[in-house]
Design a protein around this ligand. Structure first.
Ligand SMILES: N[C@@H](CCC(=O)N[C@@H](CS)C(=O)NCC(=O)O)C(=O)O
Length: 217
């Protein structure tokens, strides 16, 4: 097996990459590298010290979006996840970026961080910032994404893409921290999350993540 993914299972960005590989049917090995105190060889791959990164033969690369794009370009014969037409490709990139840069500061780096990571490191959970993220900041994003999805089965082009995976990966970290998207208010998004979570690619990962989640709790 020549492809190695570096990271930890609970990271939404690692999860996104692993889903991308699973949906394309690409084998890889996961080598655990935490998001802090990384060895110097890892900082040679990503001087920013962020996970995931990969090694594919002699080639190393960092950043989940860049890696998924590389995998898509390298294996055009496998299930495409980045759209078909220029418009679809641009929209997938936009929504992936939206999830990674607009949702993650709230779902992962606020709610998951305070409720799960902080207590595991003997730091306090600031419930005020969690409530602010959940009740004041996230709803406008969910409104936008609910409108973008409409009654469609997937966010872009009627087929699974990295837009759906990136969004759902962020929601999973929020759910691990005890919060759920209100299905009365955002019914289409809630249904999308259920569909993506039911996929075999996701089911396999979620089982894999439970042990690590339990150890943090
Ligand atoms: N844009 C990056 C974000 C990766 C990221 O922020 N990963 C977190 C873990 S969820 C991390 O490694 N944080 C450590 C740090 O920022 O020092 C990607 O998509 O790969």
């Amino acid at each position: 097996m020549s492809l190695t993914v570096y990271g930890v299972p609970l990271s939404p960005f690692v999860r996104k990459l692993r889903l991308c590989l699973a949906e394309k049917g690409i084998d890889y090995q996961l080598e655990i590298v935490p998001p802090f105190n990384q060895p110097s060889w890892f900082l040679d791959i990503n001087p920013l010290g962020r996970i995931p990164a990969i090694k594919d033969g002699n080639f190393s690369l960092a950043d989940s979006s860049v890696i998924c794009q590389y995998i898509e370009d390298k294996h055009p014969e496998l299930t495409p996840l980045l759209g078909q037409s220029p418009e679809q490709k641009a929209t997938v990139r936009w929504l992936e970026k939206y999830a990674d840069y607009e949702l993650s500061p709230l779902t992962t780096f606020t709610i998951f961080q305070h409720r799960i990571i902080n207590p595991s490191m003997n730091k306090t959970c600031d419930e005020n910032v969690v409530q602010l993220a959940m009740n004041e900041k996230l709803p406008a994003h969910f409104d936008y994404l609910e409108r973008s999805l409409g009654n469609a089965e997937f966010l872009v082009g009627g087929t699974l893409s990295l837009a759906d995976l990136s969004f759902t990966c962020q929601i999973i970290n929020m759910e691990y921290a005890g919060e759920r998207l209100d299905e009365q208010r955002w019914p289409n998004l809630a249904a999308l999350i259920s569909r993506i979570k039911a996929r075999p690619s996701m089911q396999a990962l979620l089982q894999d993540e439970q042990a690590m989640l339990a150890s943090l709790k």
